[in-house]
Structure formats: C-alpha cells, structure tokens
Design a protein around this ligand. Structure first.
Ligand SMILES: Nc1ncnc2c1ncn2[C@@H]1O[C@H](COP(=O)(O)OP(=O)(O)OP(=O)(O)O)[C@@H](O)[C@H]1O
Length: 587
C-alpha cells in the first residue's frame, strides 16, 4: 500500500512541473540507490563489506557505452552482455576473495576495485581517461528516453522493482539462508546451508545491481569516463548504505538521497568557506560516518520507521498456512535399530588430546547422555559427530553410513540435527522464521522463484511445519516475537524446535540446561520426555548430573578426553569413579 503510494507520487513528479534540477537529482538518487541496495544485501544482511562496488558500476557503464557507440548495439542488448561480463568477473573475484575472513575481505575489495578502475582507465579502446563520448540515448518501443524526465521513469521503475525483488528475496527460504550468514557459519551449516555458496550468491547479486545502475548511468549521462567508478565512489556507496541503514532495503534509498543532496550542498558551500577548490565534502562525509557508526549503527532508517510507526500499524506475518500441505518426512529408523555408532573417535589440538578414542552407540528411540566435568571433551566429541570439527582418527557411522569426514551440512542432510551450547539464532527474525530456517533442507525454492513470489506455496508449508514444531514444544504463542527478545530458556527451546523442523532421525543437544532456572529446566525436561515418547532419539551433552539422571536411558561419562564408564543412570550414579571425577578427587 505504502509502496504503491510512493510509486504513484514518483510517477506524478515529472509531469507535475517539478524543475529539471530536481528531476536530475532524483535520477541520480535512483541510480545510487540501486547500488546501495546491493550493499544492503552484501554488507547489511550478510556481513560482507565491499568497497569495490563502483568498479561493477563501471563494468556495466563501459560495456554498454562501448558496444552501443563502437558497434551500434541496442542498449537493451548491451545490458545482457554487461550482465554476463559482470557475473563472470564477480564469480572470479568471489572465488579468490570470499574465503577470506576478518579485515582481509574489505582490503581485497579495495584491491580489485582499484585494479578494475585502472584497467578501465588504461584501455585504448575505452578512451583511456577521456572515456567514451556520444553514448546514444535509449528508446522504449519508439519513445525516446533522451530527456531526464522520460529517463526518470526507467530509473525509478528499475530501482523500485529491484527493491521489491530484494524484499521478496529476504522473506524467503533463500533469504533466511542469506540472513543466517551473519550469525556465523556453524549454525547455518548445521541447518544444511552451504554458506560459501550463499556468500557467492549475494556477492553476484550485489554486482548485478551495480552493473544495472552503471548501464542506466551510461545512457543517462551519454558519456562515460573512469572517475565515477573510482574507489572513492565505492566508499561513497558504502557510506550511503551505512548512513541510510544497511540492514534495510529502504535504507539504501534514504542513504542515496541524503548523500546526493548533502554532497551538492557541500560542494557549493565548502569551497566558499575554505577558499580554493577541493573535495572537502569527503572530510565531512568521513566525520558524519564516524558519528553515525557511533550513535546510530543501524543508520537512519530505524528512525524513519519509528516515526512512520506512529501512523502505520505494525505489520505481522499473516497466518495463511493453516490449510497448507505438510512437508515430506524422511523414513524413520525402527525402534531399537543401531542409529549412531561412534568408533574410537579422537581429536588432537596440537599436543592436547581433547578426545581420546571414545566409542559409544545410540539405538533408535533412546536418550543417551554424554556427561563429564568441565573440559572433559564432551563438546568436542559432539562437534566430531556433527562434522563441525574434523576427526583426527576414528569413525562415525550414522544409519549404516560412514559420516566421519563429511561436512556438517552433509551430516545434517542425513538426519542429524543439533542445538548449540551458546544459543545461535538470528535475533532480528521472529521465532517462527528462526524455526523455519530448520526446514531449509526440506524445501527447494531458489532466488528467482523468491524474487517473483512463486515460492509462496512452499513457504506456507514451511511456516505450517515451523508452527507445528513450536506447538510441539509449547511455544506457539510466542511465534511472532522477535527471537532476540527471548529469555535463555525459551531461546533454547526455540533452538530445539528449529532442530525438529529439520525432521531429524537423531537430535543432538549441547548442554541444553546450561544457564536455565529451575522452572525452565523442568519445562525442558518435560519437552524432552515428550519427544522421547514420540519415538525420537536424542544425544544429550550435559554438565548437570541431576538433569541427565532423570531423563536418559544410558550415560557415557568422560573425563580428560577419555571414556570413564558407560551404563544406566543408576550404575553411573553408584560409580565411585564418576563421583570422584565430579568432585575432582583421585580414583
Ligand atoms: N579449538 C580448540 N583448540 C584447542 N583446544 C581446544 C579446542 N576446543 C576445545 N579444546 C580443549 O579440549 C578440551 C575439551 O574441551 P571441551 O569443550 O570438549 O570440553 P567439555 O567437556 O565440553 O567442557 P565444558 O563442559 O566446559 O563445555 C579442553 O581442554 C579444551 O580447552
């Protein structure tokens, strides 16, 4: 509704006598916003910082300018060539840079941003620093788009369509996978998501958006030269995204608008103030960026949203999945069947043997406890089974298949699902959406389907399943709450619902009772008992002896990386060795 209103208002501007100057400004804002939109996806949503987007704008602009001037190719075809080149370059750069972490990635983006800029600037056939003149205007079914007023429609139709496509994408199976990138790779991979593939995907999508903006830019300016594609412009694009609110699609528009308007004012004002000419506005931008990062790290969009919230009702996901078909389920193991066989697994961290040839088995329908004092090697064993850590030696067989050495997402695909000692979730998503992330491997819709909203049937099925799992653990009433607002107890339960949403054959819980209050522990215990009654098999890594004693069928006790004893809770409780291990005395 609001979007339709904004679109209608924009459509009226060129015919409502708005001065040419403002139409030109709005054209630039639309062009910049398309690039910043890519940065919202890349930096805001996925946590990958790029200073090099201007180079992709240049690729789009130069490809179209060259082909349309030197070879007379229609701009409607040049965009296809530009996109092919951009995707190829983005894939090549992604393969080199996206495995880098920390500060190396932004540094690498500066490096290739500079390389592409100087490549474009030194090509004879691209006119070197003079660039290409006489780029033809576009036509749309015989209508000339030579004037800024007519071109305005093309720019803003593309910008708004791109925004809507990104909004649709973010609210989809793929979007949840992309959003999971920011929460670290371990959780996403445990849900079956190939984090590297999704990083490449957002990188390519951001490059495509920059390329489209460059293509539009070339036929708007009708001339291209290297300066708008320099690294300083790349920094400015990032500044727009950060200023507007890098976590939100509309932040890209707010940021692009503010930076463009501010830049124009400052370019007039500052030389008057300081005398002489110079890019003084860069200094002001730098200061503003520091202030924004310090006082409003989410950018300005949240303020706009808060203001708008006074008049517009808060939007809640419409519960439209009541009659959706259930998701398919995997074949379940028969009770008593050997489910997990851990055979002499070993993990060495340098000279430290954290797990020393530990073996145990789990049969379908059992709850098995893995306990031991701090540092005994429980979590490491757990990570070896789930593929988070590679085995130094030994093997793990799951449902008759060797899984030792597989990536954790491959193990998840085979029906093992886990929770984490320190809850890993996406705090800005609702409880329901977090749980739906667990259904990733049970669904298929990709980027294009999501952008075109052709994934709604599957989404309804996913949300129905997520709601069912929340109901199973008694959290249905909280499904619309933001996950970040949950207390620790409900957050741990939410993780269990997310793991259940993967339709596991074996559920692995890493210290689920840690940090819980007595009442919360009781609630958790009830849920786990109920899951067992429903036939689920569970491996429980726990520190809390009492919690484990009342729940499990069998217990394996570890100490200093080795298996101390295995037996029923009664046997373990009666063991002097276990008591000594917990009390820290000799045995
Ligand atoms: N990545 C790592 N690098 C080096 N040492 C590690 C690593 N992870 C764990 N360790 C060491 O391995 C040993 C076992 O740790 P682990 O976390 O598996 O124990 P735990 O039984 O789960 O303990 P807690 O109950 O405190 O979580 C500890 O001595 C720990 O310091």
């Amino acid at each position: 509704m609001v979007l339709a209103g904004v679109a209608a208002l924009l459509a009226l501007l060129p015919i409502a006598g708005v001065p040419e100057f403002w139409i030109t400004q709005l054209n630039y804002i639309g062009l910049f916003a398309i690039v910043a939109l890519g940065l919202v996806l890349l930096t805001g949503v996925s946590g990958l910082t790029s200073f090099g987007q201007a180079a992709f704008v240049g690729l789009g602009a130069y490809t179209s300018a060259y082909l349309s001037t030197a070879h007379g190719v229609s701009p409607w075809l040049t965009i296809l060539v530009a996109l092919v080149i951009t995707v190829a370059v983005a894939l090549a750069l992604a393969s080199i840079t996206l495995r880098m972490s920390g500060h190396y990635l932004p540094l690498a983006t500066i490096a290739w941003g500079l390389s592409l800029y100087y490549t474009m600037s030194n090509m004879e056939f691209l006119g070197k620093y003079d660039g290409i003149l006489g780029v033809p205007a576009m036509e749309f079914f015989g209508i000339s788009l030579a004037s800024g007023r007519s071109y305005f429609y093309l720019i803003w139709v593309v910008a708004l369509l791109a925004a809507v496509a990104v909004i649709h994408l973010l609210d989809s199976r793929t979007g949840r996978a992309i959003r999971a990138l920011k929460g670290g790779v371990t959780m996403a991979e445990a849900m079956g998501i190939s984090t590297y593939s999704y990083k490449v995907l957002v990188f390519v999508l951001a490059a495509i958006l920059a390329c489209v903006s460059g293509w539009l830019f070339a036929h708007f300016q009708r001339t291209v030269n290297p300066s708008p594609f320099a690294i300083s412009k790349g920094i400015e694009y990032l500044f727009m995204a950060v200023l507007g609110g890098v976590g939100n699609v509309w932040g890209a528009f707010v940021g692009a608008g503010l930076v463009k308007l501010l830049e124009d004012q400052l370019q007039v004002l500052l030389p008057k103030l300081f005398g002489g000419s110079g890019n003084y506005e860069i200094i002001v931008f730098g200061i503003v960026l520091v202030v924004v990062l310090k006082y409003a790290p989410q950018g300005l969009w949240p303020f706009v949203e808060k203001l708008a919230g006074r008049w517009l009702p808060a939007q809640r996901r419409v519960r439209d999945w009541a009659d959706a078909a259930a998701l398919e389920e995997r074949s379940k193991p028969t009770p008593g069947e050997l489910l997990l066989d851990v055979q002499a697994v070993r993990k060495q961290f340098g000279g430290l043997v954290a797990v020393n040839d530990v073996s145990f088995t789990i049969r379908a329908g059992e709850i098995i406890g893995l306990i031991g004092p701090n540092g005994a090697g429980k979590s490491t064993t757990f990570n070896l089974i789930t593929g988070v850590l590679p085995l130094t030696a030994g093997n793990v067989t799951f449902r008759g298949e060797k899984v030792g050495g597989l990536a954790s997402r491959e193990i998840a695909r085979r029906g093992m699902s886990r929770t984490f000692q320190h809850v890993k979730m996406l705090p800005e998503m609702t409880v329901l959406e977090n749980v739906a992330l667990g259904g990733y491997l049970r669904s298929h819709a990709g980027v294009v389907k999501a952008m075109l909203r052709l994934d709604r049937d599957e989404e309804r099925r996913l949300f129905k399943e997520a709601e069912r799992q929340l109901e199973r653990i008694g959290m249905k009433d909280q499904m619309h709450e933001l996950a970040g607002n949950l207390a620790l107890g409900p957050a741990r339960l939410m993780e269990i619902a997310r793991a259940l949403c993967t339709d596991p054959a074996l559920l692995l819980l890493d210290e689920p009772a840690a940090g819980l209050r007595h009442k919360e522990k009781q609630a958790l215990s009830t849920v786990l008992r109920q899951l067992k009654a429903e036939g689920l098999s569970i491996l429980l890594v726990e520190h809390d002896m009492d919690f484990v004693m009342n729940l499990t069928d069998r217990i394996t006790v570890m100490e200093f990386g080795t298996k101390l004893i295995e037996g029923t809770p009664e046997e373990v409780q009666a063991s002097p060795a276990v008591r000594a291990a917990y009390l820290g005395t000799e045995h």
